[in-house]
Design a protein around this ligand. Structure first.
Ligand SMILES: [Zn+2]
Length: 89
């Protein structure tokens, strides 16, 4: 009998970790309807996320790598949810 291997969506990647830091800082938000991440275009929230990344990087990454990952995630996220109509909030 074969055992099913369980796959857990924990933060196995630094990208997942960076995304959680950005959400906590309020720099990005998740669209409740579609699940896409959207950049809130808040420079203070971005700064908070970068400070947090530098101060408290994942155990297997340097502060530089953590900051770079947060910047990378910011680069890949648009200002709005791609599926939401542009007019509505
Ligand atoms: Zn949406």
């Amino acid at each position: 009998m074969l055992m099913m291997k369980e796959r857990r969506p924990v933060f196995r990647t630094i990208e997942g970790w960076a995304r959680s830091i950005l959400i906590e800082a309020g720099a990005i938000r998740e669209c409740e309807e579609h699940g896409w991440m959207a950049d809130r275009a808040d420079p203070h929230a971005r700064e908070r996320a970068l400070v947090a990344a530098r101060r408290d990087p994942p155990s297997d990454a340097s502060a530089e790598k953590a900051v770079a990952a947060v910047r990378d995630v910011l680069d890949t996220i648009g200002d709005t949810c791609p599926e939401c109509p542009a007019e509505s909030d």
